[in-house]
Design a binder for this molecule. Sequence first.
Ligand SMILES: Cc1ncc(COP(=O)(O)O)c(C=O)c1O
Length: 355
Amino acid sequence: MSEDFVRPVINELKDYVPGKTPKDPGVIKLSSNENPFGPSPKALAAITKEEKNLHIYPDQKSILLREALAKTLGVADSSIIIGNGSDEIMQLAAATFLRPGEEIIISEHTFSVYEFVARIFDGKPVFVPLKNNEQDLEAMAKAITRKTKMIFLCSPHNPTGSYITMKQFNNFLEQVPDNVLVIIDEAYAEYNSAKDFPTSLKYIKEERNVLVLRTFSKFYGLAGLRIGYGIAKPELTGYMFRVKPPFNVNRLAQVGAVAALEDKGFLTKTYQANLEGKEYLYAELDKLGLEHKKTEANFIFINLKRSADEAFIELMRQGVIIRPLTSFGFPEAIRVTIGTKEQNKKLVAVLSKII
Ligand SMILES: Cc1ncc(COP(=O)(O)O)c(C=O)c1O
């Protein structure tokens, strides 16, 4: 088949670069920011119970999960839409709202799916450089033109771990016209401990043009199940529901997510261990003289000041898989997931060998 058969934008796309997964179970995977404690036990129990119903299609609208989330988050269930991972919500937003040639403002050095989504739906990505390794909201606001349709923000930011403060977000929103959709990807929000982290849900209650993205892949330990969600004013989610494939979220994912939301013991352990893990790693990285950033997520950005791809291979030989940030445009930096105590110790030990 010739390349002409394929839409030109697809010919130009590069493959997504995922974090590597080890084949050897003895190797520690700190490359994709998954929960190091495994899946929520309550989710596992609910999934096992649900298996007998697998011959029946799932609820098309994930009603029980949306009710549970609405209660937890304090928003109307009509403002929630569930996806096969939050990645799918990004695609749904673009499929629903983006017209060919419209612009999507994206920060440089960020999660690559935003660019994929823009391109796949014939949008025009407009990249704005980072400032001091942070998303530059002022420059992003200045990049708005009459053609701008969407803006992607990520907070806490993958891969730097920084976050957008409430004040920054308020100032930013004031500069965004009503006909532009601000998508704020909060895949790691549950880990944050910052007092001035914006309660973005407030903007949804105010009926602003904001779509918040969250996921069960990280904090809730369900990355393999594929389930995430978007929160926006019902007018927006209503249109997105028209585009959503009817049965996009399987039965196991729906019941697993409801149970994970209620798994307070697991969630507290995850949150606490992450806080302790990051303090431990900050201290150890300081001792090793490795430059790193403060994080509000479950990963740390480390500037190795040497080839990240080579470091990746050396670390893998020592039994730890990390994420070299070359594909993010940081060829000398790595991103490591904060793991269990043992995993963090092992990480420090192997880092000390390769520097
Ligand atoms: C910033 C960010 N957004 C979204 C996702 C994807 O989430 P999901 O697994 O819900 O598709 C990730 C996963 O790595 C991420 O880092």
